[in-house]
Design a protein around this ligand. Structure first.
Ligand code: NG6
Ligand code: CA
Length: 514
C-alpha cells in the first residue's frame, strides 16, 4: 500500500471517529442525566450561598454559585407530602384533598394512572430511581409490611426505589427496597398502627427512662433506637434503621445507583432526610456546627452532596448531568423534640429575611433554596425569576423532547438553564390546606380563622381575620399589610385567585371596594 493511501485511511478513521464523538455528545446533551437533590425542611437562609444565615455549606454553595441560584424559588407547599406530590406530578397539591401530611400507613397518594416526572422520563428512554424519603403513601392503606408492598414508587414511574416510607419520625422505621422491607426476618413480622399501641410495647409517653431524645410535642408513641416516634410499631428488630447511619446509607445507595446506570440516561430523585426531626447526625458530624443537631445534620447533608457530586465526576458524567437542588418546605426549629435547635441557634437565621417558616403561608414556608447546575452547560448566575418546583415536570419534558405537559407546570426550561429571566407570573402556594396567591411582587392571603402563631413550633402561620396584601419588592419581610390602601389591587388579586381555585374565598364583599 502506498504511503499516501495509508495516510488517507488514517485520516478517514480519525474524522469518522470525531464525527461519532460529536454525535454521541449531541445525543448525550439531548438526554442528559437528571438528578433532583431534595432536602427536607431546609430553609431559605440555611445555605450560606443565600447570604442569610451563619452556617457554612460549601458543597451546596458550589452548586449554587456554579449554576443558576434562584432567589424566588418555591416549593408547592409549606409541608412535605403536598410539596412532593406537586414536584413529581406538576399538579397543585390543593387539587387533591388527600395531599396532606400522611401517616406511615396511608395508601399511595399518586394514582397509578397519573403522569409523573419519572414516568414521563421513562417514556423517553430514561432509567429512573428514587433514594431517600418518600412520604407519598404506600400500598392500598395499612399495608402488610411483611409482603411486597404495592403500589408504591415502582408503580408510579420509578424503576428502582430505596426509600423510607414516610418521615424519620414516623413508623415503620425501616428501609424499603423495590417494595420489600430490607432485612426483614419472617420470624419477627412487622405490625404498624397509628391508632393504638401493641400490648406490652414501651412508649415515649410511658417510658421516659428508655429515651435518648426527649419529645416536646407529639412523638410519644413507639420507641426506636431510644427515640420516640409518631405511630406504633411492633417487630422487625433486624430491619430497623440506625438513625445515625441514615445519611451514609442513602448516600451509598445514591452512589451505587449512579454507578450502575451511568451508561444510560438516568433520572435520580435523591431525597435526603435532613434537617427534619429527629436530627441524628452521624458521630463524625456531632458538634461540627456548634448549633446542635439541626446545624450538624445540615453540615452532614452538605457533605453527602459533595460526595455525591464527586461520584458523578469520578464516573465521568458530571458534564452530562443536570442537577436540580431544592427543599420541600421552609425551616422549623422545635418540631417536636428537645434537641437544642432553639437554644443553640445563635445568630443563624434559617428563614433568611423572610417571615414565617414551615407550615406558614408567609414566604418562609414555601420560598426555599432552589438551584440548577450543569457543569459546562449552565453559566453561573443568580436569577430573580419566580419558579416553582411544579414547573419541573413540563421543563424537563421540554429538555428531553417529550410533548407531555402537566396541568399546573409551566415550561420554564430556558429559565432553569439560565438563558431567560422570565419566570412564572403567578403562583398559588399552600400551607396545611390553606392557600394564598402570588403575582409578580404581590402576595394576597385570604382571611383564615385559626391561631396566628403555632406556639408549639413558634411559627407565624399567616392566618388573620382580614385579607393580607404585601408587596415583596419593598417589603420582603411582609410587615406592611396594604389590603386597605391598595383595594383595587386586592380585588384584582382575589378575582384571579378565585378563578384559578374555582372557589370563592374569604369575605370579599366586606371590602367595600370603590
Ligand atoms: C407534624 C409533626 C412534625 C413533622 C411534620 C411533618 C407532630 C406534633 N408534628 O405533624 O414533627 O413530622 O408533621 O413534616 O407530630 S413534613 O416535613 O414531613 O411535612
Ligand atoms: Ca419537610
Amino acid at each position: 500500500m502506498k504511503i499516501t493511501s495509508l495516510a488517507s485511511i488514517i485520516l478517514l478513521i480519525f474524522f469518522s471517529s470525531c464525527n461519532n464523538n460529536e454525535q454521541a455528545n449531541k445525543s448525550q446533551k439531548a438526554k442528559p442525566n437528571i438528578v433532583i437533590i431534595y432536602l427536607d425542611d431546609l430553609g431559605y437562609g440555611d445555605m450560606s450561598a443565600y447570604d442569610a444565615g451563619t452556617l457554612n455549606t460549601p458543597n451546596m454553595d458550589m452548586l449554587a454559585n456554579g449554576g443558576v441560584k434562584f432567589t424566588k424559588g418555591y416549593a408547592p407547599s409549606a409541608t412535605c407530602t403536598p410539596s412532593r406530590y406537586g414536584l413529581l406530578t406538576g399538579i397543585y397539591p390543593w387539587r387533591n384533598e388527600r395531599a396532606k401530611i400522611l401517616p406511615g400507613t396511608a395508601p399511595l397518594l399518586i394514582d397509578t394512572t397519573q403522569m409523573t416526572i419519572p414516568k414521563m422520563l421513562k417514556a423517553e428512554g430514561y432509567h429512573t430511581g428514587i433514594v431517600g424519603k418518600w412520604h407519598l403513601g404506600l400500598g392500598k392503606g395499612n399495608a402488610n409490611w411483611n409482603e411486597k408492598i404495592s403500589p408504591g414508587p415502582n408503580e408510579v414511574g420509578f424503576d428502582h426505589s430505596y426509600i423510607l416510607a414516610a418521615t424519620q419520625d414516623r413508623v415503620p422505621t425501616v428501609y424499603i427496597k423495590n417494595g420489600n422491607v430490607v432485612n426483614l426476618d419472617p420470624n419477627d413480622p412487622i405490625e404498624v398502627s397509628y391508632k393504638e399501641n401493641f400490648e406490652g410495647e414501651p412508649t415515649g409517653k410511658d417510658n421516659p427512662e428508655l429515651l435518648k431524645m426527649k419529645w416536646h410535642h407529639g412523638h410519644n408513641n413507639s420507641i426506636v433506637n431510644g427515640i420516640p416516634r409518631i405511630g406504633f410499631m411492633k417487630g422487625g428488630e433486624k430491619a430497623k434503621w440506625i438513625d445515625e447511619d441514615m445519611a451514609d446509607k442513602f448516600l451509598e445507595e445514591a452512589q451505587q445507583y449512579v454507578k450502575a446506570h451511568k451508561t444510560e440516561p438516568f433520572f435520580l430523585y435523591y431525597a435526603l432526610q435532613q434537617p427534619h426531626v429527629p436530627r441524628t447526625p452521624h458521630p463524625r458530624f456531632v458538634g461540627k456546627s456548634s448549633m446542635g443537631p439541626r446545624g450538624d445534620v445540615i453540615l452532614e447533608a452538605d457533605w453527602c452532596i459533595g460526595e455525591f457530586v464527586k461520584t458523578l465526576e469520578a464516573e465521568g458524567i458530571l458534564e452530562n448531568t443536570l442537577i436540580i437542588f431544592s427543599s420541600d418546605n421552609g425551616p422549623v426549629l422545635n418540631d417536636g423534640y428537645y434537641d437544642d435547635a432553639v437554644e443553640k441557634l445563635g445568630d443563624h437565621t434559617p428563614w433568611g429575611p423572610l417571615r414565617g417558616g414551615k407550615y406558614s403561608l408567609f414566604e418562609a414556608g414555601t420560598r426555599v433554596p432552589f438551584l440548577t447546575y450543569w457543569e459546562g452547560t449552565i453559566q453561573p448566575t443568580t436569577s430573580d425569576a419566580m419558579v416553582s418546583q411544579l414547573d419541573l415536570y413540563s421543563s424537563l419534558a421540554a429538555l428531553v423532547g417529550s410533548e407531555s405537559r402537566a396541568q399546573d407546570s409551566n415550561n420554564l426550561l430556558d429559565v432553569f438553564l439560565g438563558k431567560s429571566q422570565e419566570g412564572r407570573e403567578e403562583l398559588i402556594i399552600e400551607a396545611t390546606s390553606r392557600t394564598a396567591y402570588k403575582k409578580g411582587d404581590w402576595v394576597m392571603i385570604p382571611p383564615y380563622k385559626g391561631v396566628k402563631v403555632n406556639e408549639r413550633v413558634d411559627i407565624e402561620l399567616g392566618n388573620d381575620d382580614v385579607f393580607q396584601l404585601y408587596n415583596l419588592k419593598n417589603d420582603i419581610g411582609q410587615q406592611e399589610n396594604l389590603a386597605s390602601s391598595e383595594k383595587k389591587k386586592l380585588q384584582q388579586m382575589v378575582s384571579e385567585f378565585e378563578a384559578i381555585r374555582g372557589e370563592s374565598f374569604g369575605e370579599i364583599e366586606e371590602l367595600e371596594l370603590k
